[in-house]
Design a protein around this ligand. Structure first.
Ligand SMILES: Cc1cc2nc3c(=O)[nH]c(=O)nc-3n(C[C@H](O)[C@H](O)[C@H](O)COP(=O)(O)O)c2cc1C
Ligand code: SF4
Length: 419
């Protein structure tokens, strides 16, 4: 049985989320004070020592992102907290923001000090409207205590945060679509480069970090990058907040060191419900991978997952029992991406529909063996031809199900040929 290592979730259920006094009693805002006494470059060096990588899905090293923005030219710089959390089945950012918003504000303020920004935006998922008043009240209280605003803690450092309601689309979580949305336009991804670190919001150098990434920052400054680097596994340090959902006995949000084995997480939380058999897992959200029950022995960190042709992504673990049809699941995923494609580029706008049509043909008994090659070809073309991660990864679940559950496809095609 595992027990949790709570770094990001350290204050959840232990404080009144809007109370700065409660947050301070647990060491809150001491890290910002400590950072303000350091040189900005020393703050970035602590991030490098910690090895912290982004928790929004891509795993980009935090220190590298901050260094790019710190070095970029601009009369203004910004820090954006990505709280769009559009990945179905992922609830970790919701728990962090509604339970401990000050840890995210403090992380944003430290990031701003390190890169030279004076303004922050917190882009909140539209479907989380009940969190907005918590954030607004917590911001009022933080300003009142001199932790945000001008002359922070008696220093010359100025930084304030504005909450912006999301556009209500999955693609708005993509950092450049998010920036377009804050600027008041449709949330459509931009061509990259230039990357936001150099030319982001209003054309200015901008750091975009995920909620969970930012909530780690105060603890790294408090306890030191070296301390953090000793948690987890080499090259993938710290903890990960996992969302357990689907057919598992104990659902919810749990924090374990990077590299914790999927089998241990699964067993600790009671395995499948009601004595059904385990069929597999959907890892990392809808743009993630479908793996079968035999692949359960998997260290859950960015690199190990990648080596096993899987993905950690947002850390979502959806458990699937034997009542569920894999073809049904992948068809459902493709309808999601057809709906969420912004339509800006043809391979994504058309490709998702073509993949769905092939899947329907197979599941309805009209499939042909050539359809399996067609699915692979379409997916690999979309992976290189689509502008953003939505289209690049929308068919990953289909392809991984093809590799990890080949019988499902072969049986459906054979059934059709016999009829
Ligand atoms: C379609 C799409 C949706 C995304 N949605 C989110 C999201 O909801 N939250 C998030 O933090 N990152 C999301 N990302 C990743 C962001 O573009 C960006 O990499 C991330 O916010 C960077 O933060 P990090 O370095 O702290 O991980 C999404 C990416 C794509 C392609
Ligand atoms: S890949 Fe899809 S979501 Fe991304 S820009 Fe192209 S059409 Fe829009």
């Amino acid at each position: 049985m595992l027990s949790e290592t709570r770094i990001v979730l350290r204050n959840i259920d232990k404080i009144d989320p809007v109370s700065v006094t409660d947050y301070k009693k647990r060491g809150g805002y001491q890290s910002l004070r400590k950072a303000l006494a350091m040189k900005p470059q020393d703050v970035i060096d602590q991030m490098k020592l910690s090895g912290l990588r982004g928790r929004g899905g891509a795993g980009f090293p935090v220190w590298k992102k901050w260094s790019i923005t710190a070095a970029a030219q601009g009369d203004r710089k910004y820090v954006i907290c990505n709280a769009d959390e559009g990945e179905p089945g992922t609830n970790k950012d919701r728990v962090i923001l509604s339970g401990d918003p000050n840890s995210v504000f403090e992380g944003m303020a430290i990031a701003a000090y390190a890169v030279g920004a004076d303004k922050g935006y917190l882009y909140l998922r539209r479907e989380y409207p009940y969190i907005a008043p918590i954030l607004e009240q917590a911001l009022v209280n933080a300003r009142g205590e001199g932790c945000l605003g001008s002359s922070i803690m008696g220093s010359k450092f100025i930084f304030d945060i504005e909450v912006v309601s999301g556009g209500g689309a999955y693609v708005c979580g993509e950092e450049t679509a998010l920036i377009e949305s804050i600027e008041g336009r449709r949330g459509e991804p931009r061509f990259k480069p230039p990357y936001p670190g150099v030319q982001g919001l209003y054309g200015k150098p901008t750091v975009v970090n995920n909620v969970e990434t930012l909530a780690n920052i105060p603890v790294i400054i408090e306890r030191g990058g070296k301390w953090f680097s000793e948690i987890g596994v080499p090259n993938c340090t710290g903890t990960k907040v996992f969302t357990l959902c689907g057919n598992i006995t104990q659902k919810g949000v749990f924090e374990y060191p990077m590299g914790t084995n999927l089998k241990d997480i699964y067993e600790t939380h009671g395995g499948v419900k009601d004595n059904f058999d385990l069929r597999g897992f959907m890892l990392g959200g809808q743009s993630g991978n479908l793996i079968n029950a035999g692949q359960i022995d998997l260290p859950m960190d960015i690199d190990s997952c990648q080596q096993a042709e899987s993905v950690l992504g947002t850390g979502t673990i959806m458990v699937i029992d034997d009542r569920h049809d894999i073809l049904d699941i992948v068809e459902n995923i493709m309808t999601f991406f057809i709906e969420e494609s912004c339509g800006k580029c043809t391979p994504c706008r058309e490709g998702n529909i073509r993949i769905y049509e092939i899947l329907r043909r197979i599941s309805s008994g009209q499939g042909r063996m050539e359809d399996l090659t067609l699915l692979e070809d379409l997916a690999s073309t979309m992976n290189v031809a689509c502008l953003c991660g939505l289209g690049q990864n929308s068919s990953v679940a289909v392809i991984t199900s093809l590799h990890n559950f080949p019988d499902v496809y072969l049986k459906a095609i054979e059934r059709g040929q016999r009829a």
